[in-house]
Write a protein that binds this ligand. Sequence first.
Ligand code: ADP
Length: 439
Amino acid sequence: MYGFSREEALGQVSAKLLQTRYPGSRASAYAIVMQNGAWEGRLVQTRKDGAVIVVYGKWALDRASGRILQVNREVTDQVATSERFKLLVESVQDYAIFLLDTRGRISSWNEGARRIKGYEEHEILGTHFSAFYPQEDIETGKPERELRMAREAGHVEDEGWRVRKDGTRFFALVVITALYDPSGQLTGYAKVTRDITARHLDRQRLLDLERSKSAFLNLVAHELRSPLTVLRGYLSMFRDAKPERRRELEERSLPALEAKTIEMIRLVDQMVEVARLEEGSLRLRADRVDLSTVGEQAVGLARALEEPPGHRIVFEPFPGELNVVGDPERVQMILSNLLSNAIKYSPPGTEVTVILDRTAELGRVAINDQGVGIPLTEQIRLFTRFMRVERPDRDHVPGTGLGLYLSRELARRMGGDVVLQWAGSGGSSFALLMPLAEK
Ligand code: ADP
């Protein structure tokens, strides 16, 4: 009857193999037979060739062995087509399929509707279907509008949020079809609803990603434009300068040219690193790195790049070496990032201190500034991609919101971390933590 061979069937859970559906109610034939010892009635099952059949089952529980003896007789042919169809609709699980009367009150219910919306048949029959709509849709008359459109056009499709019995929302794909009798008289509506919340959220996530990507491209273009404008300005000065003035101009402009070039290189490097991170093609070395040496180099570079009036950048040396395991170039990149932030977000003339120390397992480089600090509400989002603290326009500081995200990701992938230690009106302190190398 089912088309499965003995070998295929033995040892299988029959309900799964045959996709047994028990129409009409939440309880399954299995639950009833376990409880009462016996069950008898109609089931919808699927044959091996995919054909859906209706069977009449007589089941008994053998309490001694805990087994269920099932005698199922196919009655597909005896069931009138309309009734077969009704049984099938009732047993569909992934779609809520139900009927409304001419005034929009629910007059039939299926298994899918119960699963998606959470109401049992006896709770919902007779209720107006607006019960499934959020309050704001009811206030704008959406349920009635949809019935009217179904009447006028034959059917109406909609995607939107709907409410379950427990008050939670799901994103639904809904089709309402107006039903007419042969004389053309409206008899009611058929409504098919599908829960597409997961698909909807995926789509939303993609849209958000697209949006943040284009915002980012805008930002990068903007950030690259300002150093490029400086370079172009100097180039035209060189072109127009008389030969005897070139020497003096060179001396005056070289530091700025160098600083702007490095600013652009950093930005491009950051973007390349982030792209590698996201593609999963980032390869990190695990070398022995002396934090004292790398720290001092990063400080040297930061000092060289400062345009007057600069900051007092104080490097407090560590007695001896402070060896950690990591990728030297990335450690350098992280420290340069943190230092450049400390400088960018604190006024000239203030102090930036770089302090090294260690715990039993970690080497630490703390970078403290006396700058603007970071509002408490922003602190938890600091390490998010593209995140920048909104500040008044006059305080605009160039940046892309990638630095801290990248620094933390890189540090974590090397077994360390980047943390905000404190931030307040007196400034901020960030630290790079890295796992110590063995002696
Ligand atoms: P960017 O500096 O390019 O904007 P980051 O990811 O490095 O990006 O930093 C994110 C945000 O965190 C910055 O926009 C800034 O508002 C804030 N921030 C980072 N470092 C400091 C600091 N030392 N002091 C104050 N704010 C900081």
